[in-house]
Design a binder for this molecule. Structure first.
Ligand SMILES: C[S@@+](CC[C@H](N)C(=O)[O-])C[C@H]1O[C@@H](n2cnc3c(N)ncnc32)[C@H](O)[C@@H]1O
Length: 340
């Protein structure tokens, strides 16, 4: 039986996630995806899916059903629970043994919101599962979780959660998933000289260094604190350097010397712009165009869309593709350019 998975991804990047998944497993079969959740079957092992850098969350699906009426939550939970087959139970046992997990808890979620079920039903399901999977219940600090995921459309899943929420991030740092997907959009090539001129603590640089081949990686930021953090994180990767500099006037970077830029410039939300934000975006885009080689690629993530679009118009440089996405619930745009 090919394992089935359900995963959450950054809203707005479904097509990109689909492409990234097919790159990892060309035989994966992608189900429908809407909003921020994708269902797929793949020969990738649960451990491999757990480590895919573009999912926020991943579940091994143990059973799934479509309900026309989602108002009776206890009935749906019961039905999903009873629908698990022998093979799925065996697979769950194998994974639990592989990871050395000993304790679990249940979670019930309806369209992303946690929902309670009656103590009586909970106790019974816990008892049965403890026995069939050979694990203890621990409602406060379990090794793993089993979820009932009920969607508004009626699609419902019972699954073993493969990921946890323990990603540590620097202040203002971009998530691992978005950093990876921005790099993926830039169509990375092994011979790339790569630049992030607004590197901050280096999430995009680190993602490029870890997951894609490169010739050279250059990071820049005006804030010495960010430069220090990024330097430290990149230290063990050869061919990388991080420097202090002004992205609007990159004196250190020769014209037409960079193959790809992936960056997340200031949005003017947490920290106000010192000068006119429209001028800032104009100068930024012009400077990036200067340092890029012909056919060079540029990916910019920003929520300052008016400023970005005015710069595009004034420089008469249209993006090849744009994506409307949500970053921590905030509307933002991803712009992908190729220099003529
Ligand atoms: C949105 S943050 C980037 C966060 C980064 N992607 C991360 O994950 O840590 C924007 C960064 O631009 C830097 N910055 C602002 N103005 C700059 C300029 N003129 N030149 C270079 N960096 C600048 C800020 O110091 C900040 O680190």
């Amino acid at each position: 039986m090919t394992p089935e998975y359900l995963s959450a991804f950054p809203p707005g990047l479904g097509d990109v996630v689909g492409r990234a998944l097919i790159e990892k497993d060309p035989d994966a079969s992608l189900g429908r995806y809407d909003g921020s959740v994708i269902f797929f079957s793949s020969r990738l092992s649960p451990e491999q899916v757990q480590n895919l850098p573009f999912f926020q969350n991943a579940f091994l699906v143990l059973s799934r059903q479509q309900f026309s009426d989602t108002s009776n939550l206890p009935r749906i939970v019961e039905s999903l629970f009873n629908n698990i087959d022998r093979e799925s139970t065996l697979m769950a046992r194998q994974i639990i043994r592989f990871f050395g997990w000993r304790s679990f808890r249940f979670r019930v979620s309806e369209e992303g919101e946690l929902r309670p079920i009656s103590p009586k039903q909970m106790n019974r399901l816990e008892r049965v599962t403890s026995k069939s999977l050979g694990v203890q219940v621990n409602r406060s600090k379990p090794d793993f979780e089993i979820w009932f995921l009920i969607r508004r459309s009626g699609e419902s899943y019972y699954g073993l959660r493969l990921t946890n929420d323990r990603e540590k991030r620097e202040r203002g740092e971009l998530s691992r998933e978005i950093s990876y997907l921005l790099n993926f959009i830039s169509q990375p090539k092994p011979q790339d000289v790569f630049l992030d001129p607004f590197a901050g603590s280096g999430a995009i640089l680190l993602s490029r260094a870890k997951h894609f081949a490169y010739k050279e990686i250059i990071g820049m930021d005006i804030d010495p604190k960010g430069v220090e953090v990024a330097k430290r994180r990149l230290r063990k990767f050869p061919g990388t350097r991080v420097m202090r500099g002004d992205a609007l006037q990159m004196k250190e970077i020769r014209g037409e010397s960079v193959d790809v830029i992936v960056t997340d410039p200031p949005w003017g939300i947490f920290k106000k712009f010192k000068s006119d934000p429209r001028k800032f975006y104009y100068e930024m885009l012009r400077e990036m165009r200067r340092v890029l080689r012909s056919k060079g690629r540029l990916v910019i993530l920003t929520a300052a869309r008016d400023e970005m679009e005015e710069a595009i118009e004034n420089l008469e440089w249209l993006p090849n593709e744009t994506f409307d996405i949500l970053v921590s619930g905030r509307k933002a745009g991803v712009y992908y350019f190729i220099k003529p």
